[in-house]
Design a protein around this ligand. Structure first.
Ligand code: DQA
Length: 144
């Protein structure tokens, strides 16, 4: 089973960026936690990070024969019809992740262009949200 993990703009700054909101874990540390879990679950992961909307769209377009996607589109969550369309185009089941609770923050973060087409949304669980997303996605895909 192959699952892609996509992170959008500024998430490369995790551990340095607004740590009161986004916590102490770096993106590498989160990805390593995911790798440990994926190994136990017998799942293959591919990680993609970009600050650029078009690069994220181009990467998602390569996921036609992949089983699932975990995506934190960061600020593009609230703006990007292009990322939504790319996910719909490749018809990939996905879980949307946000480290912070976007519903407890500014109004402009309450809108997501992805939530209504996601299998699930994990928001406000910090870095652990990625692990919960992986757990849930694999259970749904394996139907266990
Ligand atoms: C975020 C929430 C977004 O509103 C914000 O733009 C981000 C990160 C989160 O993980 O909490 O960059 O997606």
């Amino acid at each position: 089973m192959k699952i892609a993990v996509v992170n959008g703009p500024n998430l490369n700054l995790l551990s340095k960026r607004e740590t009161d909101i986004y916590g102490k874990y770096s993106l590498d540390e989160i990805n390593n936690m995911l790798l440990d879990k994926a190994r136990v679950m017998g799942v293959e992961l591919d990680f993609f990070f970009s600050n650029t909307e078009g690069e994220i769209v181009s990467y998602i377009q390569t996921l036609f024969d992949w089983d699932g996607l975990i995506i934190n589109a960061a600020a593009y969550t609230h703006t990007s019809i292009a990322i939504r369309d790319a996910i719909k185009a490749v018809k990939i089941p996905f879980v949307e992740v946000h480290i912070s609770n976007i519903f407890a923050r500014e109004n402009f973060r309450h809108t997501s262009y992805l939530s209504d087409i996601a299998l699930a949304v994990v928001s406000g669980c910090g870095a652990y949200g990625y692990l919960y997303a992986l757990d849930y996605l694999v259970r749904v895909l394996k139907q266990v």
